[in-house]
Design a protein around this ligand. Structure first.
Ligand code: NAI
Length: 339
């Protein structure tokens, strides 16, 4: 059986715990992948390297695929976020976060089925910050026509491929007339060539209220960088929290799969972390391999993994964040038993 080389970045905090659990499950599911382990984040600094080592970036450029655990960025001065750096250096401009209700995870709504598409390289994450006067500091929000156009066109293409009915842009163009205004103009232009998909614009503050009142009113959300970051966690809260929301970052010819959650220092090293969000991200990766490299074995492994974790959850095999009592490893065992 041929296998696909995937860069694995275990990351920091709970990263190594959830990565190990996911590796075990993929191996048991006979997923056709071989791991090339690389470092990033505090783990890289501790081994005497940069926060984002050149060797890690080069490995992803070569394999075109990575599964990434969360990386800690030290707060305050001196460090650019490893995640922001990686997304920029690899031009991973489109983040996709499916937000779906799970049968075994009861929440206020049982029929949430949203996809969040987040622009990953611009906006307030430009990293341009200045001390303007003794009194004032400034962060620069950057939007380019090329950046707004490519994410808008990508989002409509993706929505069409996935048979989605509607794209909603959350924005604040009433205040940020130039940056969010440009984002809206590009989204409207992309809609021109996809008239079969409905298109809606909602000011983000009211949008957040509507989202928590009735998430079924939305289908695909298209958001600039900061809004996408914040709304992803908000939407995670609708389906059971950060332990159950996966993600993928796409560029032109490469993809890095990672959970929405961070390194969770409050629970790191205690065996409490839910590995499901990274497992679901790995499942997305297998589907991506199946679709883009025409590999049936990858699709089969993805289906088996999804069926196994759905069954585990329905049979109340859960980690603490979902109200269960299993450790990270015990949940992985429960999934493996049901493969
Ligand atoms: P966080 O997502 O790490 O944690 C928020 C809350 O959710 C915590 O109470 C945590 O225990 C819980 N949680 C997160 N993932 C969980 C899981 N798998 N199972 C059970 N509970 C889980 O966000 P926080 O605390 O704001 O950030 C911590 C660090 O993570 C920061 O250094 C931040 O920069 C980094 N970060 C990295 C990301 C990435 O690598 N993609 C994304 C977000 C944050």
């Amino acid at each position: 059986m041929s296998s696909h080389e995937v860069v694995l970045i275990p990351g920091d905090g709970i990263g190594p715990e959830v990565s190990r659990a996911v590796q075990r499950i993929l191996e048991a599911a006979q997923a056709p992948v071989s791991w090339n382990e690389q470092q990033a984040g505090i783990a890289a600094l501790d081994s005497g390297d940069e926060l984002l080592p050149e060797s890690t970036v080069e490995a992803i450029k070569r394999t075109k695929l990575a599964l990434k655990g969360p990386c800690t960025t030290p707060v305050g001065e001196g460090f650019a976020s490893v995640n922001v750096q990686m997304r920029k250096q690899l031009n991973l401009y489109a983040a996709v976060r499916p937000i779906r209700s799970l049968a075994g995870v009861p929440t206020r709504f049982d029929d949430v089925n949203l996809i969040i598409i987040r622009e990953n390289t611009e906006g307030l994450y430009s990293g341009v910050e200045n001390q303007v006067t003794d009194d004032a500091v400034m962060s620069m929000k950057v939007a380019t026509h090329s950046g707004c156009r490519r994410i808008s066109e990508w989002a409509f293409r993706f929505a069409a491929q996935q048979d989605r009915q509607k794209i909603t842009v959350f924005h604040k163009a009433n205040i940020m007339k130039l940056t969010d205004g440009l984002f809206l103009r590009c989204a409207r232009a992309a809609h021109e060539s996809h008239q079969d998909i409905n298109y809606q614009e909602v000011i983000i503050d009211a949008g957040c209220m509507k989202l928590v009142q009735d998430p079924t009113a939305f289908d695909v959300l298209l958001l600039e960088n900061l809004y996408g970051d914040v709304v992803s966690d908000l939407a995670a809260g609708l389906v059971g929290g950060l332990g159950v929301v996966p993600g993928a970052n796409f560029g032109e010819d490469m993809a890095v799969f990672e959970a929405v959650h961070g390194s969770a220092p409050d629970i790191a090293g205690k065996g409490l972390a839910n590995p499901l969000a990274l497992l679901m991200s790995a499942k997305m990766m297998l589907r991506h391999i199946a679709n883009t490299r025409d590999d049936e074995a990858a699709g089969t492994a993805a289906d088996r993994i999804q069926a196994a974790y759905d069954k585990a959850l329905i049979e109340d095999q859960k980690t603490g964040d979902l109200g269960g009592g299993l450790s990270t490893e015990a949940f992985a065992d429960a999934v493996i038993e049901r493969l």
